[in-house]
Design a protein around this ligand. Structure first.
Ligand code: NAP
Length: 310
């Protein structure tokens, strides 16, 4: 698999494996099988968080499972591990205050059984903490060697830019990656996302990220399985022309609709005014995951890309 450089330091696979449900709704056995298959296929970029998946357990499960798997496989130094801080877990942990970030990074390092996290995200913005305080704290972790590169998820564009302007003016590392919800399908103009943080990536955000050379890690890009089974589609997503085009291209190429989505997202970086996009997706099943991963090796034609963009 080709690699993409993030923040001048992290050489990551062009797709990222989501470990959100590992250890809770995805059994240890299935999680290990998906992780092993991903690594065997050349993948190295894995996404977790300090609170996954607290709605189905305690919030420690995903990081703990990853830590145990890496220890058993002895492969920590071959992987790029991303984790996050900032969301609630059973009524504690929400926010980006200095003491919260400093507490949770040590918890993540302990659970992941590692000395440093490759990519540490602010999982969501915190209006009660000045942008300067949060980015100063993240930089403190970089200086201590606990974190290599920092990123932001679920931030408004202007807040991300404010934080990065401050960092750049003060010799600090800016947020180098933006993780947001994004897929082929657009959203209804009047749609209210299911969760307040779950804002969809706009055209404006794409242009901003391209101009600032910030890669977009696109979460929930498989629309929760909705390209295979329309009943799984989140209610705010628009179907219609683009949905049909995904299906047509999949049928013509003999690959799954989800693999077409992966091919589209990885191919966006060659389109004018588009950032590097790294699809972040998950599965509890090796056969689903490996079928979707096939999309990373598919280069869609100019006509196919246009069909999915129009
Ligand atoms: N930053 C954030 O706020 C945020 C928010 C949400 C998620 N994330 C990250 O993004 C990752 C992925 O997110 P996600 O789980 O919301 O979305 P997703 O990857 O869009 O959807 C995953 C779902 O798609 C189904 N699926 C995949 N391939 C399929 C196939 N070929 N046929 C049928 N169903 C298929 C899976 O079911 P099966 O298990 O049956 O395959 C699973 O339920 C998470 O693990 C997490 O790391 C980040």
């Amino acid at each position: 698999m080709e690699k993409i450089l993030i923040g001048g330091k992290l050489s990551v696979s062009p797709v990222c494996l989501g470990a959100m449900n590992f250890g809770t709704t995805t059994s240890k056995e299935n999680a290990y099988a998906v992780l092993d298959a991903f690594v065997d296929a050349g993948g190295n970029f894995i996404d977790t968080s300090n609170n996954y998946a607290h709605w189905a357990g305690t919030g420690d499960e995903s990081e703990t499972l990853l830590g145990e798997w890496m220890k058993e496989r002895g492969n920590r130094d071959k992987l790029i591990i991303a984790t996050k801080v900032g969301f609630d877990r059973h009524g504690k942990g929400a926010g980006l205050k200095k003491e919260q970030i400093e507490y949770w990074i040590d918890e993540s390092l302990r659970k992941l059984q590692t000395d440093s996290v490759d990519l540490y995200y602010a999982h969501t913005d915190d209006a009660d903490t000045p942008a300067e305080e949060a980015i100063e704290t993240f930089n403190g972790l970089v200086k201590k060697g606990k974190v290599r590169v920092i990123g932001a998820s679920n931030f408004d564009v202007w807040r991300l830019q404010d934080a990065n302007n401050y960092a750049l003016a003060n010799g600090l590392q800016p947020y180098q990656v933006n993780q947001q919800r994004f897929t082929v399908l657009g959203t209804r103009g009047d749609a209210v996302p299911k969760y307040t943080f779950n804002e969809f990536t706009s055209r404006e955000r794409l242009r901003f990220l391209a101009a600032k050379n910030i890669p977009l890690v696109a979460y929930s890009c498989l629309a929760k399985g909705g390209y295979e089974d329309p009943s799984r589609l989140p209610a705010d997503l628009l179907t219609g022309k683009r949905y049909d085009a995904v299906k047509e291209i999949a049928a013509a190429r003999g690959i799954s609709a989800s693999a077409v989505v992966v091919a589209f997202l990885t191919g966006l970086r060659d389109q004018p005014g588009m950032p590097v996009v790294i699809p972040l997706f998950a599965s509890s099943r090796v056969d689903h995951f490996m079928e979707n991963l096939r999309g990373a090796d598919v280069k869609l034609s100019t006509e196919e890309m246009q069909q999915l963009l129009s």
